[in-house]
Design a protein around this ligand. Structure first.
Ligand code: IPM
Ligand code: MG
Length: 365
């Protein structure tokens, strides 16, 4: 999968720490990287508000080129109230969307799993989440976040009208559905009532939802007939996720519904501060790795953020882009060990600082 062989023997990870708590959690990830992959070349770049301040753009062409040339890209977080008044196309979030689009990382893998030591940290009862292991596959480079036309116009009567366009083509649906089916193949035995792929849309009210269901069904019948497939309206899936989450194995959803369902799934595990994600394009292209949490401006700069999501995103980069499964396994074990030994940041009800948590994981390594 890695593209490094054609470039040089050295593998490169581009770190885009971004805004808010991003730099703090990336600093801890760097510590871990230096232990488990000392030969990995770590580069730094600017993204989001940090890039806007330096260059007037949330993502420069140069940074995108460096991302494309790297073996993998690890992001911290972007955004914050400081840029609320900035034009939409210059906002930090626009930089992230442009990076996803520019790397064409259309399949966003968002695992929701519960470390045993955190079974009591969830808002749900322990028995509902103990051993939870869901994979959400979110389409990441199309749908309503990118569709045209979009805008805010003034109507003849003086009031305004805001509009966005939800659009999906057959090939956009099929390529992300394929990722979900492939993942489900390797995850047999997980889930209960929905042991394969659970595809979520609103085919009852949206045309794009009708097409989504049609295309997913077609691909299933043509190539993945042996992988169980169920369809569910996205709102019902949101309910199912908190009712009986362990029934679910792989969720497949578009950009918007996947965004929402993945935040919900994150909370099942105790804290959104625990959850990593991987955004993948076609094999051989660099993946983009991001913690699911945001920039959390309310706690930025205070050393309170949980670095686990960033460290586990690095773990996913080792596994999915850098072909270093051993190093990835070491990280999972070390995080598990640190948690079992009681290491907790504030979001998990503990008192460790960001660096304290990073040190606990480093020690467990
Ligand atoms: C996420 C975030 C982003 C998204 C924002 C920051 C643009 O919510 O990664 O889930 O909506 O995709
Ligand atoms: Mg989100």
């Amino acid at each position: 999968m890695s593209s490094s062989a054609s470039k040089s023997n050295q593998q490169t990870l581009l770190l885009l720490a971004g805004d808010g708590i991003g730099p703090e959690v990336i600093a801890e990830t760097r510590k871990i990287a230096e232990i488990v992959a000392p030969d990995l070349v770590l580069e730094d770049g600017l993204l989001g508000g940090a890039s806007f301040e330096a260059h007037g753009e949330p993502l420069t062409a140069e940074t995108l080129d460096r991302a494309k040339a790297a073996d993998a890209v690890l992001m911290g977080a972007v955004g914050g109230p400081k840029w609320d008044g900035v034009a939409r196309d210059k906002r930090p979030e626009a930089g992230l969307l442009a990076l996803r689009k520019g790397l064409d990382v259309y399949a966003n893998l968002r695992p929701a799993f519960c470390f045993p030591a955190l079974s009591d940290a969830s808002a749900l009862k322990r028995e509902l989440v103990e051993g939870l292991d869901i994979m959400i596959v979110r389409e990441l480079t199309s749908g309503v976040y990118f569709g045209q036309p979009r805008g805010i116009e003034t109507l003849p009567d003086g009031q305004k009208r805001g509009f966005d366009t939800q659009t999906y083509t057959s090939s956009e649906i099929r390529r992300v559905a394929r990722v979900a089916f492939e993942l489900a193949k390797g995850r047999q035995g997980k889930g209960g009532a929905f042991p394969g792929v659970l595809s979520c849309e609103k085919a009852n009210v949206m045309e794009s939802g009708v097409l989504w269901r049609e295309e997913v069904t077609k691909l299933h019948d043509e190539e993945y007939a042996n992988v169980p497939l169920s369809h569910m309206y996205a709102d019902a899936a949101a309910m199912q996720l908190v009712r009986k989450p362990k029934d679910i194995n792989v969720i497949l959803a578009d950009n918007l519904f996947g965004d929402i369902l993945s935040d919900e799934a994150a909370m099942l595990t105790g804290s959104i501060g625990m959850l990593p994600s991987a955004a993948l394009g076609d094999p051989g292209t660099p993946g983009l790795y991001e913690p699911v949490h945001g920039s959390a401006p309310d706690i930025a700069g205070q050393g309170k953020a949980n670095p686990c999501a960033a460290i586990l995103s690095f773990e996913m980069a080792l596994r999915w882009s850098l072909n270093r499964e051993d190093a990835a396994d070491r990280i999972i074990k070390a995080v598990d060990r640190a948690l079992t030994d009681g290491a907790r940041t504030a979001d998990l009800g503990g008192a460790l600082s960001t660096a304290g948590m990073g040190d606990a994981i480093a020690k467990a390594l």
